[in-house]
Design a protein around this ligand. Structure first.
Ligand SMILES: [Zn+2]
Ligand SMILES: [Zn+2]
Length: 289
């Protein structure tokens, strides 16, 4: 197959583009997302939540390439066999690119690794998610914005999952920009919102972004996997489906009244919470950490 722009050998099929034209296509998409949703300004101090996977490394890479001020933030949950490998990969990447790296660890903050907490009978993803959100929040203080590597597949899957489960309260977490300014939260942005998983994979590969392929041993998202497969099937037969799901959601979201969720400081740690006790402090008490 030939590139639709210059007739050189194509490295990507939909659309058919050569290396050079695919890279400019991808970067234009990211720039357009940043501009259309006013995600970032060149004056912003940006912290990027990084797992060490292709999405977060690509986010760091592309934002640095565009001239933004980026710092990487890794949450080390303490998962044997998984985190040490991805952490090493991220450290090497940050060293090479001269990107500052912050590491927040469960062991240091909560005195136990996630593996150790598992002996207390809670679902690993609940524990991990709650403490991860807490640390992302506390470590992003002093930055203007927190960027994450969510891609169009992640976002379209989340829209459909929430729809199928009637989870409307999670709507606030979806979309390229989730603003909670003025509530003690740093705004969150997703510059890769309109780039598909495949596009991110190819972009990372072409830019020699090395990714360690190790999967979290606790991964058990059967529900999401079903939605992912269905979406991939529709994307194959009807190209553009993922983007349309996302665009439809954003149109609907615009018509909804802004949710006036009021937060109060957590009595134990001072972080914003709905009830006066934040989820992380409640979980710490339940696990007697
Ligand atoms: Zn070309
Ligand atoms: Zn608290």
């Amino acid at each position: 197959m030939r590139c639709a722009r210059c007739r050189k050998e194509a490295v990507f099929t939909t659309p058919a583009l050569c290396t050079e034209h695919f890279i400019s296509y991808f970067e234009r998409k990211v720039k357009k997302t940043i501009a259309d949703f006013t995600l970032l300004s060149k004056r912003d101090k940006i912290v990027v939540a990084t797992s060490g996977g292709k999405d977060s490394l690509t986010t760091l890479f592309v934002l640095q390439k565009f001239g933004y001020d980026v710092t990487a933030l890794l949450i080390d949950e303490g998962i044997a066999g998984y985190r040490p490998v991805t952490r090493k990969g991220l450290e090497t990447f940050c060293q090479e690119k001269k990107i500052p790296l912050l590491v927040a660890s469960f062991k240091k903050e909560f005195h136990f690794t996630l593996d150790e907490m598992m002996k207390k009978g809670k679902h690993p993803c609940t524990v991990c998610g709650t403490f991860r959100r807490y640390l992302l929040h506390t470590y992003s203080k002093g930055f203007d914005v927190l960027a994450t590597g969510h891609n169009a597949d992640d976002e379209a899957q989340a829209v459909l999952m929430n729809l199928c489960r009637a989870n409307t309260e999670l709507f606030t977490r979806l979309g390229p920009r989730t603003t909670s300014r003025g509530q003690g939260f740093v705004p969150r942005v997703k510059p890769l919102s309109f780039c598909t998983e495949k596009e991110v994979m190819v972009y990372a590969f072409l830019n020699e972004i090395v990714v360690e392929f190790v999967e979290c041993p606790y991964v058990a998202e059967a529900y999401r996997a079903g939605i992912r497969d269905a979406l991939n099937e529709y994307e194959r037969s009807h190209p553009g489906t993922k983007e349309r799901v996302l665009r439809h959601f954003l149109k609907v979201k615009k018509t909804l009244p802004a949710s006036e969720s009021t937060t109060v400081a957590c009595a134990s740690c001072g972080e914003p919470s709905a009830s006066g006790e934040c989820k992380a402090c409640r979980l710490r008490a339940e696990l007697s950490l």
